[in-house]
Write a protein that binds this ligand. Structure first.
Ligand code: SF4
Length: 272
Protein backbone atom coordinates (compact mmCIF):
# COMPACT_ATOMS: atom_id res chain seq x y z
CA UNK A 1 0.00 0.00 0.00
CA UNK A 2 1.29 3.45 -1.01
CA UNK A 3 1.06 5.93 1.83
CA UNK A 4 -1.53 8.69 1.41
CA UNK A 5 -1.91 12.15 2.92
CA UNK A 6 -5.20 12.97 4.55
CA UNK A 7 -6.82 15.60 6.70
CA UNK A 8 -9.63 13.22 7.63
CA UNK A 9 -8.58 12.06 11.07
CA UNK A 10 -10.50 10.70 14.06
CA UNK A 11 -8.37 11.62 17.09
CA UNK A 12 -8.41 9.36 20.14
CA UNK A 13 -6.58 10.81 23.13
CA UNK A 14 -4.75 8.31 25.30
CA UNK A 15 -3.21 10.74 27.83
CA UNK A 16 0.31 9.71 28.91
CA UNK A 17 -0.22 6.09 27.87
CA UNK A 18 3.26 4.65 27.33
CA UNK A 19 5.13 7.80 28.43
CA UNK A 20 8.38 6.80 30.16
CA UNK A 21 8.07 9.86 32.44
CA UNK A 22 6.20 13.15 32.56
CA UNK A 23 8.08 15.79 30.60
CA UNK A 24 8.68 19.08 32.40
CA UNK A 25 6.15 21.03 30.32
CA UNK A 26 3.50 18.38 29.75
CA UNK A 27 0.21 17.41 31.33
CA UNK A 28 -1.91 15.66 28.73
CA UNK A 29 -4.91 15.50 31.08
CA UNK A 30 -4.98 19.30 31.15
CA UNK A 31 -4.21 19.62 27.42
CA UNK A 32 -6.90 17.18 26.32
CA UNK A 33 -9.30 17.98 29.17
CA UNK A 34 -9.73 14.23 29.52
CA UNK A 35 -9.10 11.83 32.40
CA UNK A 36 -10.29 8.44 31.17
CA UNK A 37 -10.61 6.75 27.78
CA UNK A 38 -14.29 5.84 27.39
CA UNK A 39 -14.29 3.08 24.73
CA UNK A 40 -18.07 2.65 24.98
CA UNK A 41 -18.43 6.17 23.63
CA UNK A 42 -15.44 6.15 21.26
CA UNK A 43 -16.05 2.89 19.38
CA UNK A 44 -19.53 3.79 17.98
CA UNK A 45 -18.17 7.23 17.03
CA UNK A 46 -15.32 5.60 15.09
CA UNK A 47 -17.82 3.33 13.34
CA UNK A 48 -19.77 6.41 12.18
CA UNK A 49 -16.52 8.08 11.10
CA UNK A 50 -15.63 5.05 8.98
CA UNK A 51 -19.09 4.73 7.47
CA UNK A 52 -19.33 8.41 6.58
CA UNK A 53 -17.01 8.42 3.58
CA UNK A 54 -15.10 6.20 1.21
CA UNK A 55 -12.10 8.50 1.23
CA UNK A 56 -8.79 7.49 2.76
CA UNK A 57 -8.73 8.41 6.44
CA UNK A 58 -6.94 7.71 9.73
CA UNK A 59 -7.83 6.77 13.28
CA UNK A 60 -5.21 8.51 15.41
CA UNK A 61 -3.83 7.72 18.86
CA UNK A 62 -2.59 11.00 20.34
CA UNK A 63 -1.42 12.26 23.72
CA UNK A 64 0.88 9.43 24.74
CA UNK A 65 4.00 7.56 23.65
CA UNK A 66 2.34 4.82 21.67
CA UNK A 67 5.46 2.85 20.72
CA UNK A 68 6.72 2.66 24.30
CA UNK A 69 3.87 0.24 24.92
CA UNK A 70 4.61 -3.47 24.66
CA UNK A 71 3.70 -5.24 21.42
CA UNK A 72 0.62 -6.85 23.01
CA UNK A 73 -0.64 -3.55 24.37
CA UNK A 74 -0.22 -1.80 21.03
CA UNK A 75 -2.05 -4.65 19.38
CA UNK A 76 -4.96 -4.27 21.82
CA UNK A 77 -5.50 -0.71 20.57
CA UNK A 78 -5.50 -1.78 16.92
CA UNK A 79 -7.71 -4.80 17.59
CA UNK A 80 -10.46 -2.66 19.11
CA UNK A 81 -11.24 -1.56 15.54
CA UNK A 82 -10.44 -4.79 13.72
CA UNK A 83 -14.03 -5.62 12.80
CA UNK A 84 -14.89 -2.19 11.46
CA UNK A 85 -11.76 -1.24 9.51
CA UNK A 86 -12.41 -0.99 5.77
CA UNK A 87 -10.07 -0.60 2.81
CA UNK A 88 -9.97 3.20 3.25
CA UNK A 89 -9.19 3.34 6.97
CA UNK A 90 -5.67 3.41 8.39
CA UNK A 91 -4.00 4.51 11.62
CA UNK A 92 -1.86 7.43 12.79
CA UNK A 93 0.13 7.33 16.01
CA UNK A 94 2.22 9.81 17.99
CA UNK A 95 5.36 8.92 19.88
CA UNK A 96 8.83 10.06 20.98
CA UNK A 97 11.90 9.94 18.70
CA UNK A 98 13.71 7.61 21.12
CA UNK A 99 10.90 5.06 20.86
CA UNK A 100 11.47 4.18 17.19
CA UNK A 101 13.27 1.10 15.88
CA UNK A 102 13.15 -1.08 12.75
CA UNK A 103 11.24 -3.68 14.71
CA UNK A 104 8.61 -1.21 15.81
CA UNK A 105 8.30 0.31 12.33
CA UNK A 106 7.79 -3.12 10.77
CA UNK A 107 5.13 -3.87 13.35
CA UNK A 108 3.34 -0.55 12.71
CA UNK A 109 3.39 -1.25 8.96
CA UNK A 110 1.73 -4.60 9.57
CA UNK A 111 -1.05 -2.82 11.51
CA UNK A 112 -1.98 -0.33 8.76
CA UNK A 113 -0.27 2.69 10.30
CA UNK A 114 0.05 5.38 7.61
CA UNK A 115 1.41 8.38 9.55
CA UNK A 116 3.80 8.70 12.49
CA UNK A 117 3.93 11.91 14.50
CA UNK A 118 7.19 12.41 16.34
CA UNK A 119 7.16 14.70 19.37
CA UNK A 120 10.66 15.90 18.56
CA UNK A 121 10.04 19.21 20.39
CA UNK A 122 13.42 20.61 19.33
CA UNK A 123 16.41 19.99 17.06
CA UNK A 124 18.70 21.91 19.43
CA UNK A 125 20.77 20.02 22.01
CA UNK A 126 20.71 23.11 24.23
CA UNK A 127 16.92 23.11 24.35
CA UNK A 128 16.59 19.32 24.57
CA UNK A 129 18.91 19.12 27.54
CA UNK A 130 17.30 22.16 29.24
CA UNK A 131 13.94 20.39 29.13
CA UNK A 132 15.45 17.00 30.04
CA UNK A 133 13.89 15.16 27.11
CA UNK A 134 16.33 12.28 27.38
CA UNK A 135 17.62 12.21 23.77
CA UNK A 136 19.74 14.45 21.58
CA UNK A 137 19.54 15.93 18.11
CA UNK A 138 21.31 12.95 16.51
CA UNK A 139 18.65 10.60 17.96
CA UNK A 140 15.88 12.92 16.78
CA UNK A 141 17.27 13.24 13.24
CA UNK A 142 17.86 9.49 13.00
CA UNK A 143 14.31 8.74 14.12
CA UNK A 144 12.90 11.11 11.48
CA UNK A 145 15.07 9.50 8.80
CA UNK A 146 14.04 6.04 9.95
CA UNK A 147 10.32 6.85 9.73
CA UNK A 148 10.78 8.24 6.22
CA UNK A 149 12.91 5.30 5.13
CA UNK A 150 10.05 2.95 6.05
CA UNK A 151 7.75 5.08 3.91
CA UNK A 152 5.39 6.41 6.56
CA UNK A 153 4.17 9.99 6.46
CA UNK A 154 6.25 11.87 9.00
CA UNK A 155 4.78 14.65 11.14
CA UNK A 156 7.26 16.58 13.31
CA UNK A 157 5.94 18.33 16.41
CA UNK A 158 8.04 21.24 17.70
CA UNK A 159 7.75 23.42 20.79
CA UNK A 160 8.52 27.11 20.35
CA UNK A 161 9.87 28.97 23.40
CA UNK A 162 11.50 26.11 25.32
CA UNK A 163 13.94 27.00 28.13
CA UNK A 164 17.24 28.17 26.59
CA UNK A 165 15.61 28.96 23.23
CA UNK A 166 17.20 31.84 21.34
CA UNK A 167 17.71 32.94 17.75
CA UNK A 168 20.47 30.35 17.26
CA UNK A 169 18.29 27.46 18.44
CA UNK A 170 15.45 28.62 16.18
CA UNK A 171 17.90 28.70 13.25
CA UNK A 172 19.02 25.15 14.11
CA UNK A 173 15.40 23.99 14.17
CA UNK A 174 14.62 25.61 10.84
CA UNK A 175 17.78 24.19 9.31
CA UNK A 176 16.90 20.67 10.51
CA UNK A 177 13.38 20.92 9.09
CA UNK A 178 14.85 21.87 5.71
CA UNK A 179 17.06 18.77 5.79
CA UNK A 180 14.37 16.35 6.96
CA UNK A 181 11.53 17.80 4.94
CA UNK A 182 8.76 16.10 6.94
CA UNK A 183 5.33 15.68 5.37
CA UNK A 184 3.68 17.64 8.16
CA UNK A 185 4.68 19.94 11.00
CA UNK A 186 2.86 21.03 14.13
CA UNK A 187 4.15 24.12 15.94
CA UNK A 188 3.19 24.62 19.56
CA UNK A 189 4.26 27.78 21.40
CA UNK A 190 5.15 26.62 24.91
CA UNK A 191 2.47 27.28 27.53
CA UNK A 192 3.08 26.96 31.28
CA UNK A 193 0.58 24.43 32.57
CA UNK A 194 -0.45 23.77 36.16
CA UNK A 195 1.15 20.80 37.95
CA UNK A 196 4.27 20.73 35.79
CA UNK A 197 7.93 21.28 36.58
CA UNK A 198 7.80 24.19 34.14
CA UNK A 199 5.26 25.84 36.44
CA UNK A 200 7.75 25.57 39.32
CA UNK A 201 10.50 27.00 37.11
CA UNK A 202 8.22 29.86 36.13
CA UNK A 203 7.22 30.62 39.71
CA UNK A 204 10.89 30.48 40.81
CA UNK A 205 11.82 32.94 38.03
CA UNK A 206 13.83 30.30 36.13
CA UNK A 207 11.61 30.33 33.04
CA UNK A 208 10.00 33.19 31.18
CA UNK A 209 7.44 32.27 28.50
CA UNK A 210 7.28 34.09 25.17
CA UNK A 211 4.88 36.98 24.81
CA UNK A 212 2.04 36.29 22.36
CA UNK A 213 3.56 38.80 19.90
CA UNK A 214 6.97 37.12 19.99
CA UNK A 215 5.47 33.63 19.67
CA UNK A 216 3.49 34.76 16.60
CA UNK A 217 6.60 36.36 15.10
CA UNK A 218 8.73 33.23 15.56
CA UNK A 219 6.03 30.88 14.28
CA UNK A 220 5.56 33.13 11.22
CA UNK A 221 9.29 32.69 10.53
CA UNK A 222 8.92 28.88 10.72
CA UNK A 223 5.75 29.02 8.65
CA UNK A 224 7.46 31.05 5.93
CA UNK A 225 10.27 28.51 5.67
CA UNK A 226 7.81 25.59 5.57
CA UNK A 227 5.83 27.27 2.79
CA UNK A 228 9.03 27.82 0.84
CA UNK A 229 10.09 24.18 1.17
CA UNK A 230 6.61 22.78 0.61
CA UNK A 231 6.26 21.42 4.16
CA UNK A 232 2.64 21.28 5.28
CA UNK A 233 2.08 23.04 8.64
CA UNK A 234 -1.08 21.38 9.90
CA UNK A 235 -1.37 23.03 13.31
CA UNK A 236 -0.06 26.09 15.12
CA UNK A 237 -1.02 26.60 18.76
CA UNK A 238 -2.89 24.34 21.14
CA UNK A 239 -6.51 23.44 20.37
CA UNK A 240 -9.49 25.04 22.11
CA UNK A 241 -10.34 21.96 24.23
CA UNK A 242 -7.53 22.66 26.69
CA UNK A 243 -8.69 23.36 30.27
CA UNK A 244 -8.22 27.14 30.38
CA UNK A 245 -8.01 27.16 34.19
CA UNK A 246 -4.89 24.97 33.90
CA UNK A 247 -2.96 27.59 31.93
CA UNK A 248 -0.61 29.43 34.28
CA UNK A 249 1.16 31.64 31.73
CA UNK A 250 2.33 31.77 28.14
CA UNK A 251 1.21 32.68 24.63
CA UNK A 252 -2.13 30.87 24.41
CA UNK A 253 -4.71 32.16 21.94
CA UNK A 254 -7.63 30.18 20.52
CA UNK A 255 -6.92 31.53 17.04
CA UNK A 256 -3.14 31.40 17.30
CA UNK A 257 -2.67 29.78 13.87
CA UNK A 258 -4.78 32.43 12.15
CA UNK A 259 -2.73 35.21 13.77
CA UNK A 260 0.49 33.62 12.55
CA UNK A 261 -0.82 33.31 8.98
CA UNK A 262 -1.97 36.93 9.09
CA UNK A 263 1.51 38.10 10.04
CA UNK A 264 3.08 35.81 7.44
CA UNK A 265 0.89 37.36 4.70
CA UNK A 266 1.66 40.88 5.93
CA UNK A 267 5.41 40.17 5.90
CA UNK A 268 5.09 38.69 2.41
CA UNK A 269 3.26 41.75 1.15
CA UNK A 270 5.96 44.08 2.51
CA UNK A 271 8.81 42.00 1.18
CA UNK A 272 7.27 42.31 -2.30
S1 SF4 B 1 5.61 15.35 25.98
FE1 SF4 B 1 5.07 13.38 25.09
S2 SF4 B 1 6.44 11.95 26.15
FE2 SF4 B 1 6.43 13.79 27.38
S3 SF4 B 1 4.85 13.43 28.90
FE3 SF4 B 1 3.89 14.54 27.20
S4 SF4 B 1 3.02 12.97 25.89
FE4 SF4 B 1 4.48 11.96 27.25
Amino acid sequence: MQKFKTKIIFPIFIPHVGCPFQCIFCDQHHITNQKEIDWDVIIPQVQKFIDKTNEYKEIAFFGGTFTCLGREEMLEYFLKFKDMIDAYTYFRISTRPDAISSDILNFLKSQKVNTIELGVQSFSDKELSACKRGYDVVNAMNACGHVKLYDFNLCVQLLIGLPQADSDTYDQNIHSLKIIKPDFVRLYPLIVLKDTILEEMYRDGDYQPLSIEKAIEICAMFYQMCEKYDINVIKMGLHGDISKDKIVAGPYHERFGELVKKLYLKNKEFSG
